[in-house]
Design a protein around this ligand. Structure first.
Ligand code: MG
Length: 376
């Protein structure tokens, strides 16, 4: 079997994929992972991401990140790093574009309410829901439910999974995508990278959106060492730079530094561990990483954003109204299945699938139609 040119031996090679759940003939011009990426882009769930909240709701402003632009930024960062590490860029792109497909409307507020409403009915996890979307809920192909993606793409999409859910998946698919959660193993490097690129992306764009919204001040961000360092670098190179350009240049320098840090730290790990192939990657410790210094700096930035942006009173007030919408919708649909299209599973799972698939504005429209309340 020939290996794709330009890929390292520890990459996921599309010619060595563990394959799809339902076998399909090969595509004449595209690799298996290119094909997965293309299927994701053409899916309905992907288009919905444009109207799903990342941190700020869609109606709060046209320039804030949505789940869609967030996913594109994760893909960009992932591919950029992945190319340097000679990983498969198509697989990285497929995982990155699909990683948030299972997110509910209204960001984490939506996911938390749905999990709470589903407590007695199997719970709700957005990572698992992303897998459910690509395995079951997308219905567009004549021969199968879902998108019938490759194992490697599905493995990357299932980023986290509670043990109980992992056991259920493992029973249905022995040695499959949930196996690693029960045996403390790792996913491919492409999947590990998407996970880290996700963190790099939201840390950076949430600073930008936080300042744009007026909830964060650039001066306040100077208290965060990682930001301070690149703010000073930007000013040293461009004395007198201020306002948005200073913010953008700071974020740009910070992103570049994180990208180079991941490339260097991961290369060192890979050289030390010297995995012969992706199977050895899966049995190794996590190999895609920040240096210890950058890890600490990134965690501190995350903590800052948590305390000052995600918990900001204004964000919190929006969150409470979004929670009310989610709770009302859940009770309405789960008490009267005739209000929603037929689904996959019991009335509670069908309700969770239906609500999770909604965009923010569809959820608000439905809520207003069914309750007469106008919360936003
Ligand atoms: Mg994400």
């Amino acid at each position: 079997m020939t290996l794709a040119a330009g890929l390292s031996r520890w990459a996921c090679h599309p010619t060595r994929s563990r394959g799809r759940r339902i076998a399909e003939p090969k595509a004449p011009t595209r690799s298996e992972f290119q094909r997965d990426r293309d299927r994701i882009i053409h899916s309905t769930a992907f288009r919905r991401l444009v109207y799903k909240t990342q941190v700020f709701m869609n109606h709060e402003g046209d320039l804030f990140r949505t789940r869609l632009t967030h996913s594109l930024e994760v893909a960009q960062l992932g591919r950029s790093i992945g190319r340097s590490l000679k990983l498969d860029e198509d697989l990285i792109e497929a995982i990155a574009l699909a990683h948030d497909l299972g997110h509910t409307p209204f960001g984490h507020a939506g996911q938390d309410v749905l999990d709470e409403c589903m407590k007695a009915h199997g719970g709700f996890e957005h990572n698992l829901q992303s897998l459910r979307v690509v395995d079951l809920l997308e219905q567009r192909y004549p021969a199968f439910d879902g998108l019938n993606l490759c194992f490697e793409t599905r493995e990357g999409i299932l980023k986290h999974c509670a043990k109980r859910n992992a056991q259920i998946i493992e029973a249905a698919e022995p040695g499959g995508v949930a196996h690693r959660f029960l045996h403390a193993q790792q996913p491919s490097l492409e999947a590990q990278l998407c996970n880290l690129a996700d963190e790099v992306a939201y840390n950076a764009h949430d600073i930008d959106d936080g300042v744009r919204s007026g909830l964060l001040e650039l001066e306040q961000l100077e208290a965060v060492p990682l930001v301070q360092r690149y703010l000073h670098e930007a000013l040293a190179a461009h004395p007198g730079l201020k306002g948005k350009r200073l913010l953008f240049e700071t974020i740009r320098l910070m992103l570049s530094a994180q990208v180079y840090d991941i490339i260097d730290a991961t290369r060192a790990e890979l050289e030390a561990a010297a995995p012969a192939n992706v199977d050895e990657v899966r049995l190794s410790k996590p190999l895609v990483r920040f240096s210890p210094e950058m890890r600490a700096a990134s965690t501190e930035l995350k903590r800052f954003l948590f305390a000052n942006l995600y918990r900001h009173p204004q964000v919190h007030a929006t969150r409470e109204r979004a929670e009310e919408v989610m709770r009302d919708l859940f009770h309405l649909y789960s008490n009267d299945a005739s209000l929603m299209p037929p689904g996959q599973g019991d009335v509670f799972r069908t309700t969770a699938d239906y609500i999770a698939g909604m965009t923010d504005r569809f959820a608000l429209k439905e809520h207003q139609r069914l309750t007469g309340k106008q919360l936003f």
